[in-house]
Ligand binder design. Structure first.
Ligand SMILES: *Cc1c(COP(=O)(O)O)cnc(C)c1O
Length: 407
């Protein structure tokens, strides 16, 4: 057997599809990849994974790429789970951790999804890939596409962070700026698919980015010795991270590897400027309405409509968690606070999580004793336009007043 995948399955109605073929969506909605978990359990143990090199590819039996196929990889190392006592104290938490995804290739966790999606695309014989992106996904796809020698087409809103424009361009992708939102870019990619025969790598419109993101949950389980934390805060745009993590936990539970009965409560964090999932959660709905006039400087969260909305909302509710909106005006402050207290390069998306965390603690929904993990999905350095600086100057022609320099 060269992979443990048994089939794919519509997340909407359970319709099954054979593995080993190119797949997109079913009735416009995502597919799950399903594995023969009893066979995985016979083949490996948690120790098998731990004994392998520290990369997301160590979880090979729980991934879709056949075991005898070389992945398209840039060396995705496991990301550290960093204790944050100073930030924790500021928030009133005894056990706060950041899982720092900013250390991945391309400076964001989008690399997890793209190493998987591009590996599978190459394996299935696809040559030309296209993506609508809020920023980091385009940069990551361009990099992995270059690694695989493929053609990549990237469509981004015209106000996407400049670093994302540059990284995709440097990686040899054809990059286009669109005077709209990611949903407008998505329509252009969809319509072009028929004409140019490219493959649409949009969030959840192919099944494998989700499997890559799943490794965040597998790593977190391994790093907590299969106990998992009480609460996870996750900045939510298209939702692959949240859904993928939940998929990891349920697969591990089915494997019988988890040491705690309860799974973590998932908190989906969005900016108040674009919070479709928070709205749907609060209204008790399973599908989210498009969020009108979406705006936020946390560009990865600027997703007014997501095809996986119901998968996010199902996971949040099954976990006993919630969806929460962070204040737009606090983003920069939380970036600085997180970074200055712990030295971790906090992206604006994760800054939103800290504002949500503070609100949930105040509201009594998260307890001081609970173990809380916040995912830092990207590096602050990718967002220079978010920060305006006015640093003090020193004139080399004049004597320096050193007393005045003290912090
Ligand atoms: C894409 C992105 C998100 C949102 O991730 P999803 O898994 O698509 O919900 C959050 N943070 C950053 C930095 C991103 O690039």
């Amino acid at each position: 057997m060269n992979s443990y995948v048994t089939h794919l399955e519509s997340a909407l109605d359970g319709t099954q599809f054979p593995a080993g073929q190119v797949h997109t969506v079913h009735q416009g909605r995502p597919l799950w990849v399903r594995y023969n978990l009893p066979a995985v359990r016979r083949a490996v143990t948690p120790d098998t994974f731990t004994s392998r090199p520290p990369s997301l590819w160590r979880y090979r039996e729980l991934l879709p790429l056949p075991l005898d196929v070389e992945p398209v990889t840039l060396g995705e190392g496991m990301t550290p789970l960093l204790p944050c006592p100073r930030l924790g104290q500021a928030l009133g938490l005894r056990r706060l951790f950041i899982k720092d995804e900013s250390q991945l290739p391309s400076g964001s966790f989008k690399s997890r999804g793209m190493t998987m999606a591009v590996s599978m695309a190459k394996h299935l014989g696809l040559r030309r890939l296209a993506i609508p992106t809020a920023g980091n996904a385009g940069g990551a796809l361009a990099a992995y596409g270059a690694r695989a020698g493929m053609e990549v087409y990237v469509f981004m809103p015209q106000d996407t962070p400049i670093i994302n424009q540059i990284e995709a361009h440097l990686a040899g992708a054809r990059v286009f700026l669109v005077n709209g939102l990611i949903t407008d870019c998505g329509r252009i990619v969809r319509e072009g698919t028929a004409k140019l025969g490219w493959f649409d790598v949009s969030t959840l419109k192919e099944p494998y980015r989700l499997e890559g993101k799943k490794t965040m949950g597998l790593e977190l389980a391994e790093q907590t010795e299969y106990r998992l934390p009480d609460v996870i805060l996750y900045p939510t745009g298209g939702g692959t991270g949240l859904i993928g993590m939940w998929k990891a936990f349920t697969e591990l539970r089915e494997l019988g590897w988890l040491r705690s009965e309860r799974l973590p409560r998932l908190v989906s964090c969005q900016s108040e400027g674009c919070a479709p999932i928070v709205r749907a959660f609060e209204k008790g709905e399973r599908f989210a309405e498009t969020f009108a006039n979406a705006h936020t400087i946390a560009s990865g969260l600027r997703v007014p409509a997501a095809v996986g909305d119901f998968m996010m909302l199902d996971a949040i509710r099954a976990s006993g968690g919630c969806a929460s909106a962070g204040r737009e005006g606090r983003i920069v402050e939380w970036m600085r606070r997180g970074m200055s207290l712990e030295g971790i390069s906090i992206c604006p998306e994760t800054a939103v999580c800290f504002d949500c965390l503070e609100q949930l603690i105040t509201a009594g929904k998260i307890d001081a004793d609970e173990e809380v993990v916040v995912f830092n999905t990207g590096a602050a350095q990718k967002y220079p336009e978010v920060i305006s600086l006015n640093l003090p100057r020193i004139d080399k022609e004049h004597p320096v007043d050193y007393e005045a320099l003290v912090l």
